[in-house]
Write a protein that binds this ligand. Structure first.
Ligand SMILES: Nc1ncnc2c1ncn2[C@@H]1O[C@H](COP(=O)(O)OP(=O)(O)O)[C@@H](O)[C@H]1O
Ligand SMILES: [Mg+2]
Length: 251
C-alpha cells in the first residue's frame, strides 16, 4: 500500500502563482481525479510530483518519506510513473519495444547491453518481451505488437505511452490528460483499464479537463482554479459546487 501526499505545495513562475498551496493524497487502489480549467496548474502539479520541477515551497511525500527535492529519475525509481500531456514515444520502434523500455526501472542489465544484444541480457530480454506481450493483451493492443509506434492512430499511441508507464510496475501512476482528443467510446475503454489498474493495487492520479470522464471513473475529485484547490469530494459533490460551476463557465 502506498500513499502519495502533497502538503501546501507551491510553485511560482516569476510573478505567476501556477500552483498555490495544494494539499491532496493519492492512495493505492483508488483513482483520484484532478480537474480544472486550462492554465489552472494541473500539469505543473504532475511535473512537481515527478521531480521535473522544483517546489517553491511545501512538501511531497511517498509513504511518509519526503521526495520533494529528489530528481526525476530517483522519483521514478521509487515507483512514481507518469505520462505526458504530449505523447513522447520512439516513433520508429515497434509498439512492443516501446513498452519493453518501461521495464528497465527494475532490471539489472542495462538497456544499452540489451540493445547491443549481449548474451547476458538475452534471457532477460526474452522474459521482458513476454511480460510486454501480457501488458499489450491487457490494453487490447496485441494486434499492434510489431507496428511502428509512430504510425499508430493517436488514441493507440496514448495506450503505448500508458503501457510503458505501467511496465515499470509503479505504485503511483500520474496520467496527464490521458483521453484528450478521444471520443467517448475510446475514453470509456481507457477508463476501464485505469479502473482495473487501481483494482490491482495501483494508486492512479488522473488529470483531466473532461469532467464527465472523471465523474465516471474517480472515487475522489479535486478541483483546481488559478493554482488553488477550490473543491474536493465525490464527483457528484464537486460538480454541484457553485464555485466549480463558476470556474468552468468563466473559462
Ligand atoms: N515553464 C513555465 N514557465 C512559465 N509559466 C508556466 C510554465 N509552466 C506553466 N506555466 C504557467 O502556469 C500556469 C499553469 O499551467 P499548467 O500547469 O500548464 O496548467 P494546466 O495543465 O492546468 O492547463 C499557467 O498560467 C501557465 O502559463
Ligand atoms: Mg496541462
Amino acid at each position: 500500500m502506498a500513499t502519495l501526499e502533497l502538503k501546501g505545495v507551491r510553485r511560482n513562475f516569476g510573478g505567476v502563482k501556477a500552483v498555490d498551496g495544494v494539499s491532496l493524497q493519492v492512495r493505492s487502489g483508488t483513482v483520484t481525479g484532478l480537474i480544472g480549467p486550462n492554465g489552472s496548474g494541473k500539469s505543473t502539479v504532475v511535473n512537481l510530483i515527478a521531480g521535473v520541477l522544483k517546489l517553491t515551497s511545501g512538501e511531497i511525500s511517498l509513504d511518509g518519506s519526503n521526495i520533494s527535492t529528489e530528481p526525476a529519475d530517483s522519483v521514478a525509481r521509487r515507483g512514481v510513473a507518469r505520462t505526458f500531456q504530449n505523447i513522447r514515444l520512439l516513433p520508429e520502434a515497434s509498439v512492443l519495444d516501446n513498452v519493453v523500455i518501461g521495464f528497465y526501472r527494475l532490471e539489472k542489465a542495462s538497456l544499452m547491453a540489451s540493445l547491443l544484444g549481449l548474451p547476458s541480457s538475452r534471457k532477460e530480454s526474452r522474459e521482458l518481451r513476454e511480460r510486454g506481450r501480457a501488458l499489450l493483451a491487457q490494453f487490447d493492443m496485441s494486434a499492434y505488437e510489431n507496428v511502428a509506434a509512430g504510425g499508430l492512430a493517436y488514441g493507440y499511441q496514448r495506450r503505448v505511452e500508458m503501457m510503458r508507464a505501467v511496465a515499470s510496475s509503479p505504485e503511483i501512476l500520474l496520467l496527464d490528460e490521458p483521453v484528450a482528443g478521444m471520443n467517448d467510446v475510446e475514453a470509456r475503454a481507457l477508463g476501464k483499464i485505469f479502473a482495473r489498474l487501481a483494482e490491482q493495487g495501483m494508486g492512479v492520479l488522473v488529470i483531466e479537463h473532461n469532467t464527465r470522464f472523471v465523474s465516471e471513473l474517480c472515487q475522489e475529485v479535486h478541483v483546481l482554479d488559478g493554482g488553488r484547490l477550490i473543491a474536493h469530494g465525490s464527483a457528484q459533490e464537486v460538480m454541484r459546487d457553485p464555485a466549480v460551476i463558476a470556474a468552468y463557465l468563466g473559462n
